[in-house]
Ligand binder design. Structure first.
Ligand SMILES: Cc1cc2nc3c(=O)[nH]c(=O)nc-3n(C[C@H](O)[C@H](O)[C@H](O)COP(=O)(O)OP(=O)(O)OC[C@H]3O[C@@H](n4cnc5c(N)ncnc54)[C@H](O)[C@@H]3O)c2cc1C
Length: 275
């Protein structure tokens, strides 16, 4: 008997331009982009998804660049976590991105995994979706009909669902450059390098406090506490009427408590950095 294959048979293309990649994605109904492969290949192994065509973005060097210009840090969708951690552009313009990238999984995952793959998969336990909402990021998406920019708070639509439609490609993520920005992030993970059970990202600036919770709903939950003191933060989380999922790692009640703890820590860290 022939043993079952690890992956179902799949066609594979390795375009050498963004236009070619979009043509392939738009031209095949069951086509999916392949970035670092750290989520999609596992999902394919588990037979939870079975694309007919994988469009490997690995040759698209223009999607790997990290630049700062006109007060904006632009990260190509194929920039890896390791690249973000080592980037002097990130260091001088929004260092929290490197801090948080360094907390994702282990060195193998960080060497392969990309910012684009992280947010396009929109696993609610991922580190980057709440962070990018808190930083006021925006995402540039291109399809056969042209290019558009979507604010991070409108990008995440549901579990594994984002504003990137069929046949479209995420090109880059733009973040306001602010080296001294009062940003914070806190998480509780399964083990040292593990997946988040709860996480929170915060920014404290002139218009007020922005607090974004991950892991408690299908999409990041954006809150606006009245102040940076613990009581205001706890009140904002309590007023959000969260209904977090319950799973083998945490009951809904426990995850709610962890979300409050992470929220307080993230805002404290942001306020501290702003002093
Ligand atoms: C052991 C392990 C532990 C992990 N722990 C964490 C963790 O603690 N925190 C965390 O945040 N993540 C974690 N991850 C997930 C990891 O960060 C992945 O790298 C990430 O979720 C997906 O990035 P990728 O580049 O590998 O994307 P891929 O797996 O290649 O793609 C993911 C999805 O995004 C789509 N996609 C990718 N790029 C684009 C694009 N430019 N345009 C349109 N669609 C695109 C793909 O079609 C696919 O549907 C872990 C992964 C592993 C294997």
């Amino acid at each position: 008997m022939i043993p079952p294959m690890l992956l179902r048979e799949v066609e594979y293309a390795r375009p050498s331009s963004v236009e070619e990649a979009i043509g392939l994605l738009a031209g095949h109904e069951g086509a999916r982009a392949l970035a670092g492969g750290q989520t999609i290949v596992n999902v394919m192994k588990a037979r939870a998804a079975s694309p007919d065509v994988l469009v490997d973005l690995g040759r698209l060097e223009e999607l790997r660049s990290i630049t700062v210009s006109g007060g904006t840090l632009q990260l190509g969708a194929m920039a890896t976590y390791t690249q973000i951690m080592a980037s002097s552009e990130v260091d001088v313009s929004r260092p929290i991105l490197a801090d948080v990238a360094a907390q994702i999984a282990d060195v193998q995952v960080r060497n392969r995994g990309t910012i684009g793959g992280n947010i396009c998969s929109n696993d609610p336990t991922n580190h980057l979706p709440p962070l990018l909402v808190a930083l006021g990021a925006s995402m540039t998406i291109r399809g056969a009909d042209g290019e558009r920019t979507v604010p991070a708070e409108e990008f995440f639509l549901g579990v594994y669902m984002t504003a990137v439609g069929e046949g479209e490609l995420l090109l880059s993520v733009s973040v306001p450059a602010a080296a001294k920005a009062a940003d914070g992030f806190a998480s509780v993970t399964i083990g040292r390098d593990g997946t988040c059970i709860a996480n929170a990202a915060a920014n404290v600036s002139d218009p007020g406090v922005t607090l974004v919770l991950g892991c408690v709903a299908a999409v990041p939950v954006l809150l606006k506490p009245d102040g940076t003191d613990d009581e205001s933060v706890r009140a904002a989380v309590a007023d959000a009427n969260l209904e977090p999922p319950s799973d083998v790692h945490a009951s809904a009640d426990y995850r709610h408590q962890l979300a409050t703890v992470c929220a307080v820590r993230a805002v404290r860290q942001a306020a501290e950095r702003g002093r």
